[in-house]
Structures are given as C-alpha cells and as structure tokens.
Design a protein around this ligand. Sequence first.
Ligand code: FES
Length: 239
Amino acid sequence: MKTNPTFQRRDVLRTLSYGAVCAGMCGAGPMRWLLADIHAGETAVYRMSFDEFPQLKNSYGSVRLNVAGIPSASNQIVVTRMPGNQFYAVSAKCTHRGVAVDPFKKGKGLYCRAHGSQFDVDGRVVRGPARSALKSYDTSYDGSGSVSVAFPNLGYSVATSVIQTGAGDRVALSFKTISGMKYTVMVRDKLGGGDAEAVQFATTPDGPLSASRFTGNGKTTTLYLQPVGDAGFIQVVRE
Ligand code: FES
C-alpha cells in the first residue's frame, strides 16, 4: 500500500506579540524587544486536499498515510470517506499487536493481515483477536475540496526569551522538534491576519540571520531572530 508523506500540514506552534520598547530614557537607550505570549496551540490540525488525496473524492475511498509525530509507536492513520460526506480518521495501529491495518474496503472494513482482526470505519472492533478499538481522531469536512484531521497533544510549547548577543539583542525561540518536520518563522503585523512575512533566523546566538527553514531532528532546538518593524506577531510554523 502506498503511503503519502506529503500530507499538507501547516500549524502554528506559538504566537507571540512583540514590541520595541525603550530601555532607560526613551529615545536615548537601546531598543529592547518586549514579548508576550498570545496563544499556545495544543491541537494540530492537518488539512488533506482531495487533489493530493484523490481516494477521498468518492464514498468508500480510503487512504493510509504517515503523520510525523502523532503520539503512537505506529505513526500511520487511515482516513475514509463514507456516504453523506462522513469522514473518519483512525490510527492504523492494530490494537492486537500493532501491525498497520489496510485502508477501508467495503465488506471488509479495516483489515489487519497479521492475524485477521477487522475494524469498522470508525475503529470499532468487528472481529478479533483485537479486543479494543483503533484510536480515532476528529475530522472536519470543508464542504468541497478537503478534510481536516485534528491531533490533540501534538502541539509543543515554545520557550522564548530576549538575549543579548555579540550581534545585538535577539529573540530566542526554543522548542522540541519532530524529526523530519520543517519549521519556519513568520512575522505578521496583525494577529490572525495581515501580511505574513517569513523571517530569516540564526541557529546560534550570534550567527548570521540567514536560515529560512529548519528541519527537525527530534531534539529541542533554539532559533534566534531579530523581528522586523517596531511591533507585530511572531509565529513559529510547522509545515
Ligand atoms: S496484529 Fe492485527 S490482528 Fe494481530
């Protein structure tokens, strides 16, 4: 079974407001950055467009795919479309011994080839030896060309601080990364709107601000940046 690793993902890990404030006498002292936490998302919502996943254009279409970072030893899910625009997303990890179940087939449900367990489209056990249901995830259909799947507890908090470096004041953003996931940093002038601009960052405190994308390695990383403009919102975005 082909799995598609190009699941569209783009979720904001953390949004911070920042403002340049005067240290000491206004107009005389060096500018310092002031940070405030606006929002920390715990649930990651991934959007699957039907152009990328044509299996989901029609009823009974089903696809198994990898999702980096879902809290499971097996990071695959099965997403299925049923009549009436009902969508189901469940973990592919068989609750018997963890083998990945096949995508949904009419009359067969989600079938595990290892020992013959069968599950209904929503993860309920139809036939053992598995005894418990597959973990299910909330879905939301946009009414036309895509369905979104929500993964709770996939968000990571981002620790922030303003540090003084040989290259001036910088904002340090620390967060645990998922191996293989790509991260960018955006700055926008309005919360939830306005033009978002990708900013370049350094991977060392006083290194050059020349990186625009960081590939996760499963460890905690720190990115260093200098926001543009006097005030705005910084977002760490996972793609
Ligand atoms: S691992 Fe699926 S039935 Fe045994």
